[in-house]
Design a protein around this ligand. Structure first.
Ligand SMILES: Nc1ncnc2c1ncn2[C@@H]1O[C@H](COP(=O)(O)OP(=O)(O)O)[C@@H](O)[C@H]1O
Ligand SMILES: [Mg+2]
Length: 295
């Protein structure tokens, strides 16, 4: 257990805080690139933060990091620097709207084959020092079935699958659900229709996916809602800001804020999986994500 690697007072602090505050982990995924994972993650995180929660947004798309760009945040460091002892986690985290804490992706990462015990403990300690102030952790995952997608979704309490009504997106979302459920024990998924162009498209899309999943897989699906295609959202991207902030009454903003209200009500299972340091330990243990360092 990682606690054994920590000084007693640190371990005690962690168990005290553990008892007090579980963190809700939401992974945003979707199989295909360009469906809107980053847009949804960033706006969902901002909208939940606007509701008064302490939210952390982790950019886990190591290939194409863009949460910081989307939110117009300037980052100097990433987790690779923390591992090399060049800065602290506090230096890596940038603050977005409503106190949202953003952990930018490490760009140009290389998975480390052997993370040293000191680095392992260092990362966990860095997060453990912070986690008391996190209610919700939102993770923007990479496209495809990258190892990191598997780990993040396995560790999350809620897996939000972003889908568009186009064959490639539906096929990829189904493939993702199939592999995650059959090979990695992830059984519950929330389906979010994005870039919808007519009323009823969201539920129709959900039913399409549901029919094929019911037939071939043993999974539990829920409909998380629909975010309409919206030019205001694109304008917000141009302005490097969250649409929920700059165009709060745009149709996409209303939908994203409704999603935040829903997500706020999603339960957090009590027990070992409810805590940030456990989540981080899983990430580090799997030697991906923050354990990845620059070449
Ligand atoms: N609801 C929407 N309406 C209009 N444009 C959207 C919507 N959702 C996403 N987009 C646009 O689609 C593109 C891809 O979105 P992004 O969030 O980067 O996808 P992903 O992270 O899945 O690759 C971006 O240019 C974004 O502005
Ligand atoms: Mg993305």
């Amino acid at each position: 257990m990682y606690n054994q690697k920590l000084p007693p007072e640190q371990a005690e602090k962690i168990s005290r805080l553990n008892a007090a505050r579980p963190v809700k982990v939401v992974a945003v995924t979707g199989g295909k690139g360009g469906v809107g994972k980053t847009t949804v993650s960033a706006n969902l995180a901002v909208a939940i933060a606007a509701r008064g929660r302490d939210v952390m947004l982790v950019d886990a798309d190591f290939g194409l990091a863009n949460v910081d760009v989307l939110l117009g945040l300037h980052t100097r460091f990433h987790l690779g620097h923390v591992l090399r002892g060049e800065c602290t986690l506090e230096d890596v985290i940038v603050t977005g709207p409503h106190g949202l804490q953003v952990v930018p992706a490490a760009t140009g990462v290389k998975h480390m084959a052997n993370l040293s015990a000191a680095e392992h403990a260092g990362i966990i300690r860095a997060f453990s020092d912070l986690y008391h102030s996190v209610d919700v952790l939102v993770i923007d995952t990479a496209a495809g079935l990258h190892d990191s997608v598997v780990t993040f979704t396995q560790t999350a309490h809620h897996v939000l699958v972003v889908v568009c009504d186009e064959p490639a997106s539906i096929t990829d979302a189904y493939a993702l659900i199939k592999v995650l459920s059959r090979e990695h024990g992830v059984q519950r998924f929330q389906i979010l229709a994005n870039q919808t162009r007519r009323p009823g498209e969201g539920p129709d899309l959900y039913q399409k996916i549901r029919r094929v999943c019911d037939r071939f897989l043993n999974v539990s699906l829920e409909y998380a809602g629909a975010v309409p295609f919206d030019d205001y959202l694109r304008r917000a991207v141009q302005r490097q800001a969250a649409v929920v902030e700059v165009y709060p009454s745009a149709i996409s903003s209303v939908a994203l804020k409704n999603l935040a209200i829903k997500a706020d009500k999603w339960s957090v299972p009590q027990g070992a999986r409810g805590h940030l340091e456990f989540f981080v330990e899983r990430m580090v243990g799997a030697q991906i994500g923050p354990s990845a360092v620059l070449q």
